[in-house]
Design a binder for this molecule. Structure first.
Ligand SMILES: N[C@@H](CCC(=O)N[C@@H](CS)C(=O)NCC(=O)O)C(=O)O
Length: 211
């Protein structure tokens, strides 16, 4: 039995949850009380000294960090090696997108959403500028492509999906990016897909208010 320590509004946790489900693995979800500071308590820090979810426990193996969890699950539990192919070139291409998810995506779109969710005062203009630049680049990159790498989905697609799906919650509109919207839809049609819990903040709140 695998255990994922998570929180339902965490996009980082969501990407790990998706792959567990898509690989048809047996797992349990344990919600970490982030608002209550459970992730800073010794019990949780013994799993991840950096005090963040998600954390995957597989017997004696403990893996922290969402992208590391994707790599682990795909390496150990995907016997066909579809999600993380063995070709060095493809793996390097996938790494490029894992880095993009951990840096540019987390540092712009995810930050804007977190600010709205938790009422944080931030200087949002440069983050929004970076968010739209990234989306424009992805929109161009995805022209003529079904998936980020090659012709089948890989962990790169899962690593980017959750926070891009949540972009409107950070006030970032996806309507000018049809290639991205079509790709999100393709991910949602994959067998085993589990939806991300959405929150009524940002553009989602604005659209509810006009109804
Ligand atoms: N690089 C990490 C980032 C994880 C992360 O930012 N987790 C957030 C929830 S989405 C968290 O645990 N925040 C609590 C904190 O940092 O104190 C990953 O990819 O898993």
């Amino acid at each position: 039995m695998l255990t994922l320590y998570w929180h339902p509004i965490s996009g980082h946790a969501h990407r790990a949850h998706m792959l567990l489900s898509m690989l048809e693995l047996k797992f349990e979800l344990i919600t970490v009380d982030l608002p209550g500071g459970e992730h800073q308590q010794p019990e949780f820090l013994s799993l991840n000294p950096f005090g963040q979810i998600p954390v995957l426990v597989d017997g004696d193996t403990v893996i922290s960090d969402s992208n590391a969890i994707l790599v682990y699950l795909a390496s150990v539990y995907d016997s066909e090696r579809k999600w993380l192919p063995e070709s060095p070139k493809v793996r390097a291409n996938i790494e490029q997108f894992l880095s993009l998810a951990a840096h540019r995506l987390a540092g712009s779109i995810a930050k804007l959403r977190a600010a709205n969710l938790f009422n944080r005062q931030i200087d949002s203009a440069p983050l929004a500028q970076e968010a739209y630049k990234l989306l424009q680049q992805l929109q161009s990159y995805q022209e003529g492509r079904q998936w980020l790498i090659g012709t089948t989905p890989t962990i790169a697609d899962l690593a980017l999906y959750s926070y891009i799906k949540l972009a409107p919650e950070g006030g970032i509109s996806l309507t000018d990016f049809p290639n991205i919207e079509a790709w999100l839809q393709r991910v949602e049609e994959l067998p085993g897909f589990v939806p991300m819990q959405l929150s009524n903040v940002g553009l989602r709140k604005a659209s509810l208010n006009t109804k």
